[in-house]
Design a protein around this ligand. Structure first.
Ligand code: ADP
Ligand code: MG
Ligand code: MG
Length: 250
């Protein structure tokens, strides 16, 4: 599904990613962890196609196509969901309308029939339970006056509705409480299927108490220095990152 080969990327002329290799197959959940400043968010931002991030070497193949050639919009249409894709507040546009438009645009792209208002409401009700979303939120304008936790719920709710093939979540927000972490986990777990995959970027071992990853990768100084199963997250919880730093000459 996704193949990252020897990826180097820079921000403001500073080389941050220094040869990332990663393969994600359908059905898999990958967690990317690592000390602050390792380049985790940079990797997520490169995959998202953010302008400030310049790829200087390597490639990213998504379903046989060059992902780096695609606009962020096309990446989304082709089934990639990136966290904080729509962080903007849109006054005067109720969430429910925004989400219906968004779901129908994706369905149209896939050659599926657009959902009627009634069908969309049914789908919405189904998914609302999943992230413990309230009608109160969906009736409000897009992200307007939402708290951090509500924005997170909203984002995961959007992910659940869109059913992306590949979800890439960068859980950078240190302000997330345990409820918000559970919301993220429920969304990721509900998405799990043999056709879909998820990459969760996090520095929270705690998140992995709720999401069971197939692989845990440690990113350090722009490289993946270790890959193992979910037990690696437990080991990190216990030992921290110092051993990674000393193993890698620091
Ligand atoms: P992590 O998510 O692992 O904590 P980041 O990818 O956010 O690490 O950051 C890696 C390095 O790149 C840091 O030194 C950070 O200051 C730098 N960096 C990341 N994004 C930017 C940016 N937009 N402008 C300048 N420097 C950046
Ligand atoms: Mg950071
Ligand atoms: Mg980060």
């Amino acid at each position: 599904m996704l193949k990252i080969k020897d990826l180097y990327a820079s921000v403001e002329g500073m080389e941050i990613l220094k040869g990332i290799n990663l393969e994600v197959k359908p059905g898999e959940v990958h967690a990317i962890m690592g000390p602050n400043g390792s380049g985790k968010s940079t990797l997520a931002n490169v995959l998202a196609g953010k302008e400030e991030y310049e790829v200087t070497h390597g490639e990213v193949i998504y379903e046989g196509e060059d992902l780096l050639e695609k606009s962020p919009e096309d990446r989304a249409k082709d089934g990639i969901f990136l966290s904080f894709q729509y962080p903007v507040e849109i006054p005067g546009v109720p969430m429910v309308n925004f989400l219906k438009t968004s779901v129908n645009a994706h369905r149209k792209h896939k050659g599926l029939k657009e959902l009627t208002a009634g069908e969309f409401l049914k789908l919405m009700r189904e998914k609302m339970d999943l992230v413990d979303m309230h009608t109160k939120l969906t009736n409000r304008s897009v992200n307007e006056g939402f708290s951090g936790g509500e924005k997170k719920k909203n984002e995961i709710f959007q992910m659940a509705l869109l059913e992306p093939k590949l979800a890439i979540l960068d859980e950078t927000d240190s302000g997330l409480d345990i409820d918000a972490l559970k919301t993220v986990a429920n969304g990721v777990n509900a998405l799990k299927s043999p056709e879909r995959a998820t990459i969760v970027v996090t520095h929270y071992q705690r998140l992995l108490d709720y999401i069971v990853p197939d692989f845990v990768h440690i990113l350090y100084k722009g490289k993946i220095v270790k890959t193992a199963g979910k037990e690696l997250a437990l080991h990190l919880e216990e030992k921290g990152y110092d051993w990674i730093k000393s193993e890698n000459g620091n």
